[in-house]
Design a protein around this ligand. Structure first.
Ligand code: FES
Length: 570
């Protein structure tokens, strides 16, 4: 019965010239006729040797195919733009929206009935989910899984150590030789970063939204159980097609609230906010920056993982994985939220167990009573800014200091280690023009390395404010995502060195001690930065990108166009 209703029949079920063309070229790969009558499942693959975190995805896709075949589907794997966090310049965030367009149009333009999204490294998850939401065909996420914990000279190391090592290099406590030795020790297996950085945060986001099978987030990339989950997900997507279970059925407001609550409890990356806002914009669920603060406020950090804590994703998996975390959050979650396996989120976690209470603590005696993320407002961030209290230094969460302002990343690099720079541990470092339009692409530079002379004094943290982002593996008292960003000419753009700024995380405020008249007078004199490019994607991006408080999607990409092709002939 399904054969007549399948979307793919509009290609493969046709007679005449069109049907001939649709089938004939596929047959060059040895496809027999009966395959064309099955549900056609796309495997949207972000494999690339330039995305090391996803380098095992061709192998993983084979397990997905097994599952699709087992359930009676016809698998077709296709590549989409892959975003490798460690290599791509100027920043992968510049290309997240471009990759999402590739995903959207690749799904819509092809004879697919459902899609498996293979994602791992930071931006590959949101770009695939955003694109799939704008088409709204049945979709399931399979994450690539985290690397095994890095080991160096008997100790565990992870991506968060990169920031400590960088500071050590500046202080002179680490040398290049030691750094070189650690390279191979840090990344000694396939998979994405092993801490609760952005990639792990995104995997947890997908699971808590209900877009994956239960347990997907934490299984290490090289664990055989990851392959089993990939196969099961392949089988499940065929059933989802038969049930017509679409992203819009799963991604309700309740699902987004579950994801926000979960993210607070796991100490997820600040990048979560940008990506979840963008996904909500695509699927049409109203979500605001303030929701993240309101929903996170009473949720303690219960997971003890780096960078906020001590352990790694592998440990989280052994301790019970995300289902055990969700079970601990039962009183806070919307239990009835539907998930990809057709069950509610609470049905999925009801049999979960915590096997290590020092990794998954409980809400009564949490690892850290502070909330995961906080949203600030004030006269230098009228549309909001973000801080991760669990990664900040407690005594700096209420702090007043004089600004040391850098107008750009180049200005910062030139002057930060200058012995003549007037700065002390009470100063507040301000970095402008690293926002979506300003950089462009909003790079992860917000956790600026401290001045060498202060590092040598043993100072490990200072208040830092920027319109940029921070790596999910980073830490410190770092205010990010200031909106409106400096490049748009708001109050943040006219801050000067010596201005007195107060950060008060408890009261969720960030302000400069200047009156409206002074701010208005400075804005009169403000000059925009020159255009980064007058052609190509960068021009498109800087013309249309929205502010961080809206998720930094392109304005014309919000919403979706559904699965229908615009012209229906070859
Ligand atoms: Fe890919 Fe960290 S660099 S997940």
């Amino acid at each position: 019965m399904e054969k007549e209703n399948l979307r793919s029949r509009n290609w493969f079920g046709r007679t005449g010239k069109d049907g001939f063309i649709y089938r004939a070229w596929m047959k060059n790969n040895g496809i027999p006729d009966h395959e064309f009558r099955k549900p056609v499942i796309g495997i949207c693959n972000t494999w690339s040797e330039l995305t090391p975190c996803n380098v095992h995805f061709r192998d993983l896709a084979e397990y997905v195919k097994r599952g699709i075949r087992e359930a009676g589907g016809f698998p077709v794997e296709f590549p989409v733009m892959s975003l490798g966090e460690t290599l791509m310049k100027p920043t992968t965030m510049l290309f997240r929206n471009l990759a999402s367009m590739d995903v959207e149009e690749s799904i819509r333009g092809n004879p697919l009935d459902g899609v498996v999204l293979l994602c791992g490294c930071d931006k590959t998850t949101p770009s695939l989910v955003m694109g799939a939401c704008s088409v709204n065909l049945p979709a399931i996420v399979v994450s690539g899984g985290p690397m095994l914990t890095g080991r160096y000279k008997g100790a565990s190391i992870g991506t968060s150590d990169v920031w400590r090592l960088a500071a050590g290099l500046e202080e002179g406590t680490v040398n290049e030789e030691q750094l070189h030795e650690m390279e191979a020790a840090l990344c000694h297996s396939q998979g994405h970063c092993a801490v609760m950085g952005t990639a792990s945060t995104m995997a947890c986001m997908a699971e808590s939204l209900g877009l994956t099978l239960p347990g997907n987030a934490a299984i290490p990339a090289v664990d055989a159980r990851r392959k089993v989950l990939a196969q099961q997900s392949g089988s499940r997507i065929v059933e989802m097609v038969r049930e017509d279970l679409k992203p819009s059925d799963i991604l309700t407001r309740a699902a987004f609230e579950n994801a926000i609550i979960t993210n607070a409890a796991i100490g997820g990356s600040t990048n979560f906010i940008l990506h979840l806002l963008a996904i909500a914009g695509r699927i049409g669920v109203p979500l605001q920056l303030s929701d993240f603060d309101t929903l996170s406020k009473n949720i303690p950090l219960i997971v003890n993982l780096q960078p906020s804590g001590q352990f790694f994703m592998e440990d989280l998996y052994d301790a019970g994985g995300l289902p055990a975390v969700l079970k601990e959050l039962d009183a806070h979650l919307h239990r009835e939220a539907l998930t990809a396996n057709g069950k509610t989120i609470s049905q999925n976690y009801q049999h979960a167990q915590c096997y290590n209470a020092s990794i998954i603590t409980n809400t009564g005696q949490p690892f850290n009573a502070g909330t995961g993320l906080a949203v600030l407002t004030g006269n230098i961030c009228e549309q909001g800014a973000v801080i991760k209290p669990s990664a900040a230094t407690p005594h700096l969460m209420q702090h007043t200091g004089a600004a040391v302002v850098f107008e750009s990343i180049d200005d910062y690099k030139q002057r930060i280690h200058d012995d003549d720079l007037e700065v002390d541990e009470n100063s507040i470092l301000v970095l402008k023009n690293v926002g979506p339009k300003g950089y462009p692409g909003m790079p992860e530079v917000g956790n600026m390395t401290l001045p060498k002379k202060l590092l040598k004094k043993g100072i490990t943290d200072m208040v830092r404010i920027s319109d940029g982002r921070m790596s999910g593996t980073g830490f410190g008292t770092v205010v990010l995502h200031v909106a409106p960003e400096a490049a748009t000419g708001g109050n943040f753009s006219v801050l000067k060195t010596g201005d007195i700024i107060t950060l008060d995380v408890h009261n969720r405020s960030l302000y400069v001690h200047l009156g409206d008249t002074e701010l208005a007078a400075r804005k009169e004199l403000w000059q925009p930065i020159p255009a980064h490019s007058t052609r190509g994607y960068v021009h498109l991006y800087t013309t249309h990108v929205q502010q961080a408080s809206l998720g930094a999607d392109l304005d014309f990409l919000r919403g979706g166009s559904g699965p229908h092709v615009t012209k229906d002939s070859h």
